[in-house]
Design a protein around this ligand. Structure first.
Ligand code: F6P
Length: 528
């Protein structure tokens, strides 16, 4: 496919950017006081307000032209048709099949039957764990779930369990992702092996961190209950049933998903089992339904009104036309505190690419750096930088209309802060004192959820998933591979023997130096 910059719509957008560059957002509001309404779009129950972006309705029309020239609708059709859109790994990315009820085909095979089968097994198993009919090896019911996994096998389920904590009525779920032994030690504290279920989530079932934690958890269980207890206390969510079997998990305890589910898109699969156990399968299915509602819109809405596309297109506008290198995610909901971390993986692992899908160097900057924090915590940390720093950032404010806790008045305080911050970023302040002045004109989108519940959370996550796909189409990259994470893993494999003192490691001199420093420090030697 030709580069994005060779599209007439791209060049047209550049000219348009230059035309409106002199107008501050406040002037755009003054010229069009109704822009709050005209630049807000509904999608699957969410409202997305672009009026505090440095753009006009005309900009969105031109971005829609770009979508047509980049054949977004063809790319969306290929995604939903199960075509091998992940061209470098030669496979489909059919996570939408996990939440839809229509016929989906991957690799010539109708995958809907396997999806339904796995979902039914999740329902039976999660119900049995929740109602106590699934007993541990000593006959006790399960009171805790230890969920092991990393990356997409961790971030999605943790986000959902935390976000929907208000309705959790099943066993308590504790997540461990890091291979740092302290993380597992901390999670195991206070747990009784006889009433703990370990869920090992790993698409490949070979990921070093997860395998180390799974082996340690199995030792913890079998040390207390005997090896035979593993069958009652360990289950797996994986695309590699054979490897889970080699680890010692019987097939009856394996909840499989297809290799056409990308790791960071896997929360909708059996990787969501901890969510189903914590909240019940009905809640998990409402989460899927919320995502499916966004799929329907992404598939059918024209780009002018296609909210996932618009979210992506506005990101491209900020990144490539306004030159903004950083994006912040600001959920004004403590229970969404994990959303920035979730989106870091989703956006940066997907679109942090420097070559196009065909292998040529990209023509434009791709994914911005992304970070964030729950509001109002971020206000007491990095908002100073947002308001007065020398770099610009764009932002997403995520607000929930209905109170999430018991004190309604304090929910209003939370909302007032969210609205104030997006207004302050837009208006800035001019006081005559340079220390107090804020330049303003810093763009943000506000996403409104009516309530924090399974369907709206599913919709929010799917909205971002399709944002990422739409951006990948505009940039021309493959968002479904992540070869960049392999190099470090390979080097770690070479370093480990030297660090463990079992071999003279084949390592770089800079690393050899650090190994020596670490040895000395561990032995309590002089710190220089
Ligand atoms: O970070 C690299 C990655 O491959 C992610 O894409 C994935 O979500 C994570 O590692 C975990 O992989 P797995 O589910 O195979 O353990």
């Amino acid at each position: 496919m030709p580069s994005p910059t060779s599209c007439p719509a791209w060049r047209d957008l550049e000219a348009h950017r230059d035309e409106i560059a002199g107008e501050r957002m406040e002037e755009l509001f003054a010229a069009d006081p109704g822009r709050g309404g005209s630049l807000t779009f509904g999608c699957a129950g969410l409202q997305v307000d672009f009026s505090k972006q440095r753009l006009t309705a005309d900009t969105l029309r031109r971005l829609a032209d770009l979508a047509r020239e980049r054949d977004l609708s063809g790319a969306v059709s290929r995604l939903f048709a199960g075509e091998r859109v992940n061209n470098t790994e030669d496979r489909p990315a059919l996570h939408v099949a996990l939440r839809g009820d229509e016929r989906f085909v991957a690799g010539g095979e109708d995958v809907q039957a396997q999806v339904r089968r796995c979902r039914e097994r999740m329902r039976v198993f999660s119900t049995a764990v929740r109602d106590g009919s699934w007993k541990g090896a000593t006959g006790q019911r399960i009171r805790h779930v230890l969920a092991l996994g990393i990356g997409g096998s961790y971030l999605g389920p943790r986000l959902a369990v935390e976000a929907l904590a208000a309705m959790a009525d099943g066993p308590e779920v504790r997540f461990v992702a890091n291979v740092d032994p302290a993380a597992l030690d901390d999670a195991l504290r206070g747990l009784d092996p006889a009433s703990t279920l370990v869920v090992v989530a790993s698409k490949t079932f070979t990921t070093q961190e997860t395998m180390a934690n799974a082996a340690a958890a199995r030792r913890w269980l079998s040390g207390a209950l005997g090896e035979a207890a593993v069958a009652r206390h360990v289950v797996a969510a994986t695309a590699n049933v054979a490897e889970a079997g080699r680890f010692g998990i019987p097939e009856a305890n394996v909840f499989p998903f297809g290799d056409w589910v990308g790791g960071r898109y896997s929360v909708w699969s059996s990787v969501g089992l901890p969510v189903a156990i914590a909240l019940g399968m009905n809640a998990f299915e409402r989460f899927l339904a919320g995502a499916h509602a966004v799929d329907l819109e992404f598939r059918s809405a024209p780009p002018e009104r296609n909210v996932p596309f618009l979210l992506g297109a506005v990101g491209v506008w900020n990144r490539d036309f306004l030159g903004i290198p950083v994006h912040v995610v600001l959920p004004y909901a403590q229970r969404l505190a994990s959303l920035p971390g979730y989106l870091q993986q989703l956006e940066m692992e997907s679109n942090g690419k420097r070559v196009e899908a065909g292998g040529e160097a990209v023509h434009v900057p791709t994914c911005p750096a992304l970070f964030g924090e729950a509001g109002t915590l971020g206000q007491h940390a990095f908002y100073q930088w947002l308001h007065q720093g020398t770099d610009e950032a764009s932002g997403d404010f995520i607000v929930v209309a209905r109170p999430m806790g018991s004190r309604e008045a304090d929910h209003a305080v939370l909302l007032a802060n969210a609205l104030a911050q997006s207004e302050a970023l837009m208006t800035g302040r001019s006081t005559g004192n340079p220390h107090r002045d804020c330049p303003g004109n810093r763009p943000s989108t506000t996403i409104v959820l009516p309530a924090l519940e399974p369907a709206s959370l599913g919709a929010l996550v799917a909205l971002y998933e399709h944002k990422v796909y739409a951006q990948a189409v505009l940039w021309g990259v493959n968002p479904f591979d992540q070869f960049g994470v392999e190099l470090g893993k390979a080097i770690a494999g070479r370093i480990l023997p030297g660090l463990a003192g079992t071999a003279d490691a084949d390592v770089h001199p800079a690393t050899r130096h650090l190994i020596a420093l670490l040895r000395t420090a561990a032995e309590g030697g002089p710190a220089r």
